[in-house]
Design a protein. Structure first.
Length: 299
């Protein structure tokens, strides 16, 4: 049954007038009359006896009115349930980010959960490029170019990758003065492919980049592992400047050179409605993470 038809009937029965019912519902009297006619035609029964001066609800109409009121009360309860549910921001927010980036987001997560304790966050920390729909991801934290036009990108921080060694490695092997001097050192690289493309070192004060073919003694796709290897004196490695804890107490190698800058971005869907929980997490990340990462980004 069309609810608008039943609504028109109930309004007329309650008001005792088509004109008054039309005013209450914000429609014309002819619309109310048409809806009443459609309802009675659909039911095959007369619900209201109408004359030019008065109308009377039939016995069957009164019984139908009672049932309709129960239905409208149930609809009102359902509406209130949804409204109260919407005012209580809750739900699970799934975030895909590279390994080691998750800890940098935790202050923002702590802030949003302090306000909305019913929000749960699930981190999927991987270098693999996950898909928004296939992998059921709400937010992405990624560097590099954005290739999915379904996603909106908001920059979080721009930082460089620089070279570090441990103090014991520097004492034992010395440190190179120029990029070419790296060829005689033990080098640790980020990645999981058998063939490594090498490093492109950029001079701090401008000039042409220098490409180095690198044959690593160790490679990993986890910067925590790389940092630990550097601390153990296994060699020289690149580390993102935003990972301050991992590079603590290490020695900067070639301090006037760095690898190309990376812009870390927050990505989220542009082609679907975002839940209030997802929006709350987005707002918290954008409010706190860029400022925090900016303070970490300096070598």
């Amino acid at each position: 049954m069309n609810v608008l038809l039943a609504e028109a009937f109930v309004a007329v029965a309650n008001a005792g007038s088509v004109h008054k019912a039309a005013a209450q519902l914000g429609v014309s009297s002819s619309t109310i009359s048409r809806r009443l006619a459609e309802l009675e035609s659909e039911l095959g029964q007369r619900l209201i006896e109408r004359t030019t001066r008065s109308l009377r609800v039939t016995d069957l109409g009164r019984a139908f009115h009672e049932q309709c009121m129960r239905g409208f009360d149930a609809l009102a309860d359902a509406h209130d349930l949804v409204a109260s549910n919407q005012s209580r921001i809750h739900g699970t927010v799934r975030i895909s980010c590279p390994p080691n980036v998750g800890p940098l987001l935790l202050p923002a997560i702590a802030d949003v959960r302090a306000v909305y304790p019913d929000i749960q966050v699930l981190f999927v920390e991987t270098e693999r490029q996950l898909d928004q729909r296939a992998d059921d991801i709400d937010l992405f934290i990624r560097g590099g170019a954005v290739t999915d036009d379904r996603l909106v990108a908001r920059p979080l921080a721009t930082y460089s990758h620089v070279l570090f060694a441990s103090k014991q490695y520097a004492t034992r092997h010395g440190l190179p003065k120029k990029p070419a001097g790296l060829a005689g050192h033990e080098l640790i690289t980020f990645g999981s492919r058998r063939r490594f493309a090498g490093w492109d070192l950029v001079p701090k004060h401008g000039g042409a980049a220098v490409h180095l073919d690198v044959r690593p003694v160790l490679a990993s796709n986890d910067y925590a592992t790389i940092a630990r290897a550097v601390h153990l004196g296994l060699g020289i490695a690149e580390l993102p400047t935003i990972l301050r804890d991992q590079r603590a107490s290490l020695v900067r190698v070639l301090p006037t050179w760095s690898l190309a800058e990376v812009t870390l971005k927050l990505l989220f869907a542009s082609d679907r409605l975002l839940s209030k929980a997802v929006r709350a997490v987005i707002d918290s990340i954008l409010a706190t993470v860029p400022r925090a990462l900016k303070s970490l980004a300096h070598p």
